[in-house]
Design a binder for this molecule. Structure first.
Ligand SMILES: Cc1cc2nc3c(=O)[nH]c(=O)nc-3n(C[C@H](O)[C@H](O)[C@H](O)COP(=O)(O)OP(=O)(O)OC[C@H]3O[C@@H](n4cnc5c(N)ncnc54)[C@H](O)[C@@H]3O)c2cc1C
Length: 460
């Protein structure tokens, strides 16, 4: 775009974690930003809505963060919402296995990976053989950390290998895989470890066994997602002179191989930088006359990227049935149950049961999914059998995350061949899986790239 008639410094399309983190960083640095969001609410795939019957704010799915989500915590601190994240001091997870046995994995406050190894050695779910097997991952994890620091020629896992293949190659026993690695891989990758490629999982593991005992600790939003980050981000951007518009489907017009303008309903917006923070499945649609030449291969790859679903069942019961904020249910379709009252406080009263990599059930009726979730809950927690279900809802997110299966198209970088047009979103090549942290890392990278692009325009 030429410098004539600019309406904004940066136009950000999409108000998920990626768009809001990019916009808030730019607003903090004094840039005039506008965020355009097609839906009537903020947050994209991490959002909440009001339940019609109870009036409670309900998330589109439980979002779990980890202590190693450093860029996310930086974003939350910026927008004044860091106190809305409840971080365990160190990893502490209670699970109920398929036989109904309840165990607790607690890692002591030692430097990684000693904290994880000590926690696993003490975990009474494992026998002697399983415990010995844990040590076999110490070497590969060290290698993964070296690879992340840019160690030349170091590969902790190969791209054609699945997570299960990698775990078996490193001697992880069946019980360790079923009780620990499979639930972790499903939660982190939203895909069965038999299908997902190993490198992204290994990188996530290396981050979790990072530098502090809290890197592997679970962190939960203490408020519904709307209040956790979306509204605070909006207030921050507006307080710094920016705008956030909802219910506006943006379209990008190009002039040959140049950015021309962004259509936002009747408005025509112009600025030196546009950041697309839309998901892989919405990129091509940004260009009503087809993608410009420099973006054709990126759009083709985005269109060819598969998605992986998540299903959530929300159950309102007439009494509490669990005594901690979350419990793992390994080996079941619903892999985790969260008690939102223990997470959010008394303004909420439901349980959320989560099925990641939920391709096998998203085609079932709501009734069938609710029955499945209720059966699994009652089998794992017999106390739930005495409770009365007063309300039950299902939330399906068919395109919750992009597929990490071997053979998927390469993920693009932040910078593109179209001058002034940057990409953000969890699907950008950050090396991380489709997570909040991946989205925020990409948002911050895009904001930094935008600042670099604008340097020549300062003081215009
Ligand atoms: C049910 C569920 C559970 C999850 N659980 C976890 C978890 O436990 N931990 C974790 O880290 N991650 C989790 N994730 C993944 C996480 O939610 C995503 O990785 C992250 O929210 C992606 O953010 P984003 O900004 O990249 O994209 P999005 O959130 O998809 O935001 C993109 C936005 O762009 C908007 N948009 C699209 N086209 C246009 C247009 N033309 N004009 C204007 N706006 C447009 C969309 O409406 C959307 O709001 C989960 C996801 C789901 C769905």
């Amino acid at each position: 775009m030429t410098g004539d008639g600019w309406t904004h410094d940066v136009i950000v399309i999409g108000s998920g974690f990626a768009g809001l983190s990019a916009a808030s960083m730019l607003a903090e640095r004094g840039r005039k930003v506008v965020v355009l969001e097609a839906r009537n609410r903020l947050g994209g795939r991490a959002t909440s809505f009001r339940d019609g019957m109870t009036g409670e704010l309900v998330d589109n799915g439980q979002h779990v963060l980890f202590g190693c989500y450093r860029e996310t915590r930086r974003f939350l601190t910026r927008i004044g919402a860091a106190d809305r994240l409840r971080l365990q001091p160190q990893l502490d997870v209670t699970s109920i296995d398929e036989s109904g046995r309840r165990t607790r994995l607690v890692c002591p406050p030692l430097y990684p990976p000693l904290n994880l190894l000590a926690g696993l050695l003490e975990w009474d779910a494992l026998d002697f053989r399983d415990r010995c097997a844990c040590f076999k991952l110490a070497g590969p994890l060290r290698l993964a950390k070296r690879e992340m620091r840019g160690g030349a020629g170091v590969r902790a896992a190969s791209t054609g290998e699945t997570v299960t293949g990698w775990l078996v190659r490193h001697g992880q026993t069946r019980r360790l895989r079923e009780l620990l690695w499979e639930p972790l891989a499903l939660a982190a990758l939203n895909q069965s470890p038999d299908v997902a490629a190993a490198p992204t999982f290994v990188r996530a593991l290396a981050l979790m066994s990072g530098t502090s005992p809290s890197d592997s600790a679970v962190a939960l939003p203490a408020r519904p997602l709307e209040e956790f980050y979306a509204s605070p981000a909006r207030s921050f951007i507006e307080a710094h002179g920016g705008e956030v518009r909802t219910g506006v489907t943006a379209r990008v017009r190009t002039d040959g191989e140049q950015l021309h303008e962004v259509e936002a309903d009747a408005d025509r917006l112009r600025g030196p930088v546009v950041i697309s923070a839309v998901p892989w499945f919405a990129l091509t649609e940004l260009f009503p006359s087809g993608p410009p030449l420099p973006l054709c291969s990126v759009c083709d790859a985005a269109d060819a990227t598969d998605s992986s679903p998540i299903a959530t069942v929300n159950l309102w019961l007439d009494r509490p049935v669990i005594d901690r904020p979350f419990v793992g249910l390994p080996g079941r379709t619903m892999q985790w149950v969260f008690d939102k009252r223990l997470v959010f406080g008394n303004a909420t009263s439901h349980l959320s049961l989560v099925a990641s990599g939920a391709g096998a059930i998203t085609g079932l009726s709501n009734r069938a999914i609710i029955e499945l979730a209720t059966d699994e809950l009652c089998t794992a927690l017999p106390a739930a059998g005495d409770a009365v279900v007063t309300r039950a809802t299902v939330v399906r997110e068919p395109r919750a995350t992009f597929s990490l299966a071997p053979g998927q198209p390469a993920r693009p970088g932040v910078e593109t061949g179209l001058s002034g047009f940057l990409l953000a979103g969890d699907w950008i090549d950050t090396g991380l899986p489709g997570t909040i942290e991946g989205a925020v890392v990409s948002g911050h990278l895009a904001a930094e790239a935008a600042l670099r692009l604008m340097v020549p325009h300062v003081g215009r």
